[in-house]
Design a protein around this ligand. Structure first.
Ligand code: G3P
Ligand code: MG
Length: 241
């Protein structure tokens, strides 16, 4: 089992991002972790998709927040990546939890909040789906760039691990991590410094970096104490101890 690598968007170089096909590929590689993004459809279904619109990753167009789940399900979310994935759909969070439940894989669920999104509703719907699924809480880690969302999730799902996302670790990182009783700090690998890494680790948090697709660029990071690397290319890290 590969414990220190997470397949970004379910393994975005292996299959169309944020699809069940990608998650299956990540599981086949024996990865411990996937990272996926969720936001709400117009009728409040948590859907697994990264962008504000469906344009880049499907044959449709329009904002996810304006499309109903029934409309999203009609879209081909795989052909843009490769014709072999023409049957792929945008999965719901519920579907992903069902598929992952019998596997041992852990899920880093990123709450994706675009301008104008209803943070409160996203947190409520995600909480509802997780509770209904029966998915083991100890195999989930919820993260977001949006600190308010993380504070709400702390109230609603106190026993699920929480991570704060930044590009560059914020000057008030300690305050933010304490406020959400965080498990982990997440940042872009390019902006992490050795000093920041030391401080975060000394404060007792897990340190997670994204999106490092070339193992050569992050050789130092492991020595600095990075615990988990999120990557589109997990297949390049298979030789890692
Ligand atoms: O969770 C890490 C990473 O996924 C954050 O960036 O834009 O790929 O969701 P993004
Ligand atoms: Mg993400």
């Amino acid at each position: 089992m590969i414990t220190r690598i997470a397949a970004h968007r379910g393994g975005a170089s292996l299959a169309p991002e944020n699809t069940l096909a990608g998650i299956h590929k990540a599981a086949e590689l024996d990865l411990s972790w996937i990272e996926i993004d969720t936001q709400l459809s117009a009728d409040g279904v948590p859907v697994i998709i990264h962008d504000k619109t469906v344009d880049r990753c499907s044959n449709g167009n329009g904002a996810v927040a304006d499309l109903h789940w029934s409309e999203l399900q009609q879209l081909d979310a795989g052909s843009w990546f490769d014709q072999a994935f023409a049957d792929e759909k945008f999965p719901s969070l519920s579907q992903v939890l069902t598929i992952c439940q019998p596997l041992t894989i852990q899920i880093n669920l990123e709450l994706k909040i675009h301008n104008g999104d209803d943070i409160n509703k996203l947190c409520e719907q995600v909480t509802r789906v997780i509770e209904q699924s029966g998915f083991p809480h100890q195999r989930l880690l919820i993260s977001s760039f949006n600190h308010q969302a993380m504070q709400q999730i702390k109230q609603q799902l106190p026993d699920i691990r929480r991570g704060q996302l930044w590009e560059t670790i914020s000057d008030d990182w300690q305050e933010q991590l304490q406020a959400i009783d965080a498990y982990s700090a997440h940042c872009h690998y390019r902006f992490l410094t050795k000093q920041q890494a030391n401080q975060v680790k000394q404060a007792g948090y897990q340190l997670i970096c994204y999106t490092a697709n070339n193992p050569d660029e992050v050789r130092e990071h492991w020595h600095w104490g990075v615990d988990l690397m999120i990557t589109d290319t997990p297949q390049r890290y298979l030789e890692m101890p």
